[in-house]
Design a binder for this molecule. Structure first.
Ligand code: SAM
Length: 277
């Protein structure tokens, strides 16, 4: 069932492990009555772009190429456009940019040329991750750059941060009327080490649960998304855990079912209707 709070809206980049499809089910589960929306692990930001915009918005991710891309789109869009518009899809260019992105640790933000290279790699990589080779299927054309203007408009007047999640909490102490959406790297991402530039170990996952306790103690609301693991169920045993079925195209075109865990410190509304849509 459609929910008025979810809108079919483009995002800046497709993001590996992102919530682009799942946002249809998860956006209606957010606590709607909030003043301030905080996304601690922003990635491709599918939840933010596809929900109704709140009065105050804080968007954070530790990966600085990603944050450089967002800040560049807001502050230096014309320069970014100029750097991107004449790039042609080429394996050599892709490999050169990808090697640069994988080796340079830190960049000064904003850097439009670097943002163009990162955007090019993510758009053209197989499964949209820097750790993969060039994809044969992805389209690379100028109109994509025009579409970014929609995202740019939505990103206006937001606070964009490039901090570790613990530092973010210190900078924005939780308050009543907050909605925190937390989509950390899955436990499996920490075990494999090739999903993102930054992953979490078990101590980090525990620290994140402590942060949730702090949000709860300050009467804010939180929603956390995780992979279906016993460790997660144990860490969040004091909160509401909802299982969300996800159907995805598995090997040999078989449709496989997975479970995503969604943890909230409130009873999500209107979710039963949309769960199996
Ligand atoms: C599962 S992804 C988020 C996906 C996002 N919700 C979406 O729909 O695209 C997790 C993100 O956490 C970020 N991250 C990893 N460690 C972090 C840390 N210590 N502090 C803040 N962000 C971190 C990664 O860079 C990655 O972008």
């Amino acid at each position: 069932m459609a929910d008025f709070r979810w809108k079919d809206c483009p995002v800046v980049i497709p993001y590996y492990g992102g919530k682009f499809e799942l946002s249809r089910k998860l956006v209606p589960m957010l606590w709607d009555n909030h003043n301030r929306y905080i996304e601690m692990f922003f990635g491709g930001g599918s939840m933010f772009f596809r929900k109704r915009k709140s009065k105050f918005n804080v968007l954070n991710d530790l990966h600085n190429d990603l944050i450089n891309l967002y800040i560049t789109i807001i502050d230096n869009y014309d320069e970014f456009y100029k750097e991107s518009e004449n790039l042609l899809k080429s394996r050599t260019l892709f490999d050169n940019f990808k090697n640069e992105i994988k080796t340079i640790e830190y960049i000064d933000i904003p850097d439009p040329l670097r943002a163009a290279k990162y955007y090019y790699v993510i758009k053209n990589a197989f499964n949209h991750t820097v750790f993969n080779a060039i994809s044969k299927e992805q389209e690379w054309h100028k109109e994509m750059l025009e579409d970014l203007k929609i995202s740019r408009k939505i990103l206006e007047n937001t606070m964009i941060e490039n901090l570790d999640f613990r530092t973010l909490l210190e900078k924005y102490p939780p308050k009543e009327d907050d909605m925190w959406y937390l989509d950390p790297p899955y436990i499996v991402a920490g075990e494999r080490g090739d999903y993102y530039f930054h992953s979490l170990n078990m101590d980090d996952h525990k620290a994140l649960r402590d942060i949730c306790n702090e949000i709860h103690a300050n009467k804010g609301k939180f929603m956390v998304s995780y992979d279906n693991r016993e460790e997660v169920r144990e860490l969040y045993r004091d909160y509401k855990i909802t299982e969300i079925p996800i159907i995805y195209a598995g090997q040999l075109h078989k449709r496989d079912m997975k479970i995503e865990l969604v943890i909230t410190n409130y009873e999500p509304q209107r979710m039963q209707e949309s769960l199996f849509d």
